[in-house]
Design a protein around this ligand. Structure first.
Ligand code: ZN
Ligand code: ZN
Length: 409
């Protein structure tokens, strides 16, 4: 593999490079270039640009929604997501349903907040990012579902627990909770991420993706807390439902803790990343955004309708079916987001290799975020492990592009 020039972008290669540092091409991938063009996502044999040891088509949410985390950080977030599911489930088994619901609603937003800080995603501007994507989106979720509940639903079929115990199929409830609520969620939760993503500091695709993801999780949390407010009141009241409904509550809480936040996060991440586009600056309301918004809205509708319809079945079987359906939708969304991110990063790098300016090109002494190897000048990928230089904390990204500024050249 002593390639001197890259077969894909023709740039000169350092000796013994496994991946092209400019376009990310895997030099061991010997298939004819036309074969790869036909299925772009198989470029580099499907080695994901954020973490090449993972396939692009995997359902790992961490490297899809938290792409600036590396190595040990990825494992830490995987554990955090797992804990965010297990703690509320154990609480249900212990009979603490109100606590379980609150913990479930807040788990994913809490992990995201930690991540924003950890990778400096907010780029030393925490206030607009945290306020906008977490506080405003969370409040919008709570207020919107409260208004929908108060204006569109009859007193007899309020959202939350009561609905699950009614035994007639109610078309109006299904239409409101399965169609109106998800579409309102897409519009409201996207507002702040799009404003942020149109600012020069945050116009990168991964910024748009992250803000969409965080706002989606916060919006979902606001909805969950408001929908179950009757039960959560039991925290300070008379204890709420007992252990008898454990099977029902396990499904509801698992859905609220991980499935719903992942569906909302990933759908909105796809839409907001489409707004950012892959190149310098942001694309805005163009064709890429329209397509991404279509994917996001369809998935939100599919999830919302599925949960509303299975909710009409009632009881534990309905809740379990709703959970299973949510897992399917979330899995599909995660694979879609990973594919879009993978192709976007590769495409932007190929454009850079052909001369388009790219502000992520490293200068001077720079290191890979994943394996810590030295990066070649102007690298967009690590030639040893193939990780994109964009898939690392903003602190390291800034160090990498301004390294040796002022040093003799
Ligand atoms: Zn190349
Ligand atoms: Zn590396």
């Amino acid at each position: 593999m002593n390639a001197r020039t890259c077969a894909r972008c023709k740039s000169a290669q350092p000796a013994a490079a496994r991946y092209c540092h400019r376009c990310g091409h895997d030099h061991l991938d010997a298939r004819p270039i036309e074969d790869r063009r036909r299925r772009l996502r198989d470029e580099r044999a499907g080695a994901y640009v954020v973490r090449p040891k993972e396939r692009v088509r995997s359902i790992n949410p961490v490297t899809a929604l938290l792409p600036l985390s590396n190595a040990a950080g990825v494992r830490a977030y995987e554990w955090a997501f797992a804990a965010g599911l297990v703690v509320p489930l154990v609480a249900v088994l212990a009979g603490w349903v109100p606590f379980a619901l609150v913990a479930a609603a807040l788990a994913v937003p809490a992990v995201f907040t930690l991540y924003l800080y950890d990778v400096n995603e907010w780029d030393d501007q925490p206030v607009p990012v945290v306020l906008g994507c977490i506080a405003v989106a969370g409040a919008l979720g709570a207020v919107a579902i409260r208004l929908i509940d108060a204006t569109l639903l009859d007193a007899a079929d309020k959202v939350g627990l009561e609905r699950l115990s009614s035994d007639s199929f109610d078309t109006r409830t299904v239409a409101v909770l399965g169609v109106v609520a998800p579409l309102v969620a897409v519009v409201l939760a996207l507002a702040v991420p799009l404003v942020l993503a149109s600012r020069p500091r945050f116009d990168d695709m991964i910024d748009g993706l992250t803000f969409g993801a965080v706002a989606g999780a916060a919006y979902a949390a606001g909805e969950t807390l408001m929908m179950h407010r009757g039960v959560i009141d039991g925290l300070v009241g008379d204890g709420g439902p007992g252990r008898g409904d454990a099977a029902l509550w396990l499904s509801i809480v698992a859905n609220a803790a991980i499935v719903k936040p992942l569906v909302y996060s990933t759908a909105l991440a796809i839409a907001a990343a489409g707004f950012s586009g892959i190149g310098p600056g942001y694309d805005g309301f163009g064709r890429r955004f329209a397509t991404s918004l279509g994917v996001a809205a369809s998935a939100m509708l599919a999830y919302g309708l599925g949960v509303a319809v299975t909710g009409e079945i009632g009881g534990a079987p309905g809740a379990a079916l709703g959970l299973a359906w949510g897992v399917v939708v979330a899995g599909g969304l995660i694979v879609t987001l990973r594919t879009k991110l993978h192709l976007g990063v590769l495409e932007a790098a190929l454009e850079a290799a052909r001369g388009r300016p790219n502000r992520h090109e490293v200068r001077g002494e720079a290191h890979c975020g994943e394996c810590d190897m030295f990066l070649a000048p102007l690298a967009l990928f690590c030639s040893a492990c193939g990780t994109s230089v964009r898939a690392t904390s903003k602190r390291r990204q800034h160090d990498n592009v301004r390294a040796n500024v002022g040093a003799p050249s």
